[in-house]
Design a protein around this ligand. Sequence first.
Ligand code: ZN
Length: 198
Amino acid sequence: MTKLEIVPHPHPALRWKSREVTRIDAELRQMVEQMFDLMYASRGIGLAANQVALPYRLFVINPTGDREEKDQEMVFINPQITRRNGSEEDEEGCLSLPEIYGPVTRATRIIVDAFDLSGQQFEVDLEDLDARVVQHEYDHIEGVMFTDRVAQSFLPKLQPLIKDLELQFRNRQKEGTIPSDEELKAQLAALQKARTAG
Ligand code: ZN
């Protein structure tokens, strides 16, 4: 299996609306293991599959960010947020948008339905930071970035940083160190075909 890496904005995987996973097997479990490793190495607390260019509806979280705290790790496969309550604004960042932070309003309490790595369905009731992380990651598998939800008044502060990331990415495509968007999309479509009903 290929080695995964976190892809930055504006990689097309980040705008991909992922399909449901139809097969949970050893290879998928290895992908999830790599996702946790990458998340901890980058000091994150959540990581969605499309952030590592995998077009699947799955994400991992550990709100402590501490790899020793294994019991805080959660894997959500084919998740659905079935209830949202309350609302609170707090600062967010994203491993796909390094050094960019901004305020986002999220529900304070959610109920999520998902499958775990053994294929068991579960339901979980989450609050505060746990709920925020899951909403952020859930957005990723829908192709939504947190900057899409940052208050309009705050956006002008972030735009130059976002533009800078875009410029770096496009330059690397011109140099040939990153494939073109067309090639990246073809890779995503092939991966999707291999593991989803789509
Ligand atoms: Zn993110």
